[in-house]
Write a protein that binds this ligand. Structure first.
Ligand code: F6P
Length: 371
């Protein structure tokens, strides 16, 4: 059989566990099938650059240390859509043909894309344009990739965020304060909801459920009546103000990113609750550091399975974690689709059952189906 070559890239915001997935793909492809594996640097950019910016992996490059290493050794980008690539003179240029030509120049037979829903959307369009067989591996701390219970990076972000609550609780108690922890998650509240439950929050605010300042203040007053002099609030960065404005910060190049809703809440609640408030914005620490055990396991399982899919000629698929096992789903059901928190799912109902204020639809739905 003719020698086969596959390419692999990481795209979108980084997270912990990416290197574990790269390692698994290289191991399976070389050991299992005798293929050659090319790592493409900086997402789609590596195939658009001339000379190509790629590295050929061999087994000496993929040691166990990669399991422990955060970030991505290939580099990544979360801007620069090849179909509308921003040039230094301010114009937008379609560079998709350069990507496809780069793929052909390397003589690749298929591409493994490790990315979130946005990256999958762009990369699947690129692959469709160039008739490139693609398999996706879901990653993102936001855990909003459709069809999978877990994306790589989410578990580590939860470890970091719940440890932050563990550290905030004692200082909140010492100073009788309301501590507000703002976590990432973009438009969804998976990180906030899980962190808040695991860390004993009194209030959890997520973009999927409307809240009122009065509802938060009432819960904090109730905590005080229950005999506790401090409270913990977890807010997802994508939550809006009470009147529906999103809270963002402008970065260089005019890019807006979520940030600041914690300060907004502190300011408004300061007028309503009889306690000092302080805000911690966790930011990018949620993306870095040593991957959790769960991320290492999921990433390894995803990587092996992705290569097996290519071997079976089953491309245009995305690997997913469902009910404790790896499965594969059509790329079209994942690319550009966001998986939000179910406002009446297990975790939201658990939070309600624990007396946590999670917004105005705050009645407790039974967590067991009725007989
Ligand atoms: O999608 C991952 C994520 O970390 C979001 O949670 C966050 O809103 C965003 O990326 C931050 O992007 P950047 O790294 O460009 O600041």
């Amino acid at each position: 059989m003719a020698e086969r070559r596959i390419g692999i890239l990481t795209s979108g915001g980084d997270c912990a566990g990416l290197n574990a997935a790269l390692r698994a793909v290289v191991h399976r492809a070389i050991r299992g099938y005798g293929w050659r594996v090319f790592g493409i640097r900086d997402g789609s950019l590596g195939l658009m650059k001339r000379p190509l910016d790629v590295v050929e992996f061999d087994l000496s490059l993929v040691t166990g240390d990669m399991l422990r290493q955060g970030g991505t050794i290939l580099g990544t980008i979360n801007k620069g859509d090849p179909f509308a690539y921003p040039m230094p003179d301010g114009t937008m240029v379609d560079r998709s043909a350069e990507f496809v030509a780069g793929y052909r120049q390397l003589g690749l037979d298929a591409l493994v894309v490790i990315g979130g829903d946005g990256s999958m959307r762009i990369l699947s369009k690129l692959c469709h344009t160039g008739c490139i067989p693609m398999v996706g591996i879901p990653k993102t701390i936001d855990n909003d990739v459709a069809q999978t219970d877990y994306a790589i990076g989410y578990s580590t972000a939860l470890v970091v965020a719940s440890e932050a609550l563990d550290r905030l609780a004692p200082t909140a108690a010492s100073h009788h304060r309301v501590m507000i922890l703002e976590v990432m998650g973009r438009d969804v509240g998976h990180i906030a909801l899980s962190t808040g439950i695991a860390g004993g929050a009194d209030v959890i605010l997520i973009p999927e459920i409307h809240y009122s300042l009065e509802g938060i203040a009432d819960r904090i007053a109730e905590v005080r009546r229950e005999g506790r002099n401090h409270a913990l609030v977890v807010v997802a960065e994508g939550c809006r103000t009470e009147t529906g404005q999103s809270v963002t910060q402008l970065h260089e190049g005019g890019e807006a990113r979520y940030g600041g809703v914690g300060q907004y809440l502190a300011h408004r609640l300061g007028e309503m609750v009889d306690a000092e408030t302080r805000v911690t914005v966790l930011g990018h620490v949620q993306r870095g550091g040593m991957p959790s055990m769960r991320d290492r396991l999921i990433a390894s399982a995803f990587g092996v399975y992705a290569v097996d899919l290519i071997a079976q000629g089953r491309t245009d698929r995305v690997v997913a974690w469902q009910h404790g096992a790896v499965v594969d789903v059509p790329l079209s059901e994942v690319a550009g689709v966001t998986r939000a928190v179910d406002p009446y799912g297990t975790l939201a109902n658990t939070a309600r059952g624990l007396g946590i204020y999670i917004g105005d639809a705050n009645f407790c739905v039974p967590t067991l189906p009725t007989a």
